[in-house]
Design a protein around this ligand. Sequence first.
Ligand code: DX5
Length: 238
Amino acid sequence: MSIQFYTGIIAGMSKKYLIVPSILGADLTRIGDVVLELENAGIDWIQIDVMDGHFVPNITFGPSFVEAVRRITNLPLDVHLMIQNPDRYLEVFADAGASSLTVHIEACPDVQHTITTIRELGVRVGVAVNPETPVSALTDILSLVDLILVMTVNPGFAGQTFIPSSLSKIQQIHSLLAEIEPRPRIQVDGGITAETAPSAASAGADIFVAASAIFKHPEGIKAGVESIKNSLVGIKAI
Ligand code: DX5
């Protein structure tokens, strides 16, 4: 991979707040134009939601879609695997161009083995938790990952409403991560808008995934990205 690609990753991880559109919400009939608009809107990563119809009640993209998006952008591709037993597919998604692979702790028979495998593939490691999964499920792996994805909706579809009880969960994880160096980041995903992002940031989140708030914004993609960015100005984790 080119040096600017790696610089992109480093730069991406070092910024305070990252804005990550979930391509699930995009107009897929014009994916090339959409990616260009996203780049021009100054987003940090692109999230690709992979769903298998078993772990979540929806089926979306596979490795070939990741490969296609990889061919049209150097932006980091944040692949969110909402699939049962993801070990079978880690290498194929890494080879397709994923910059990070996030697996669900609920879907991994041996999450530490999965984390090690992702590390060996040379991509960033994320572990996600669903709304009903307690923080205690994460304690053994917090120091092993680059990011924790706190789902703020039940995964499967864009356009759902932010679950307010997620805020205390984010706060708990933020406190636990404070002891870890380098500190993993907290990503939030689901119902993230200019209205909900600030409270998630105050609780300790620093990577914001959004589909509807960006792709369904009445004034277009750039305005959608700006709305979330502007909502975070001056917000600090408590
Ligand atoms: C839900 C996906 C989310 C979703 C976000 O299962 O993981 O990334 O696309 O959509 P919004 O931002 O519309 O809630």
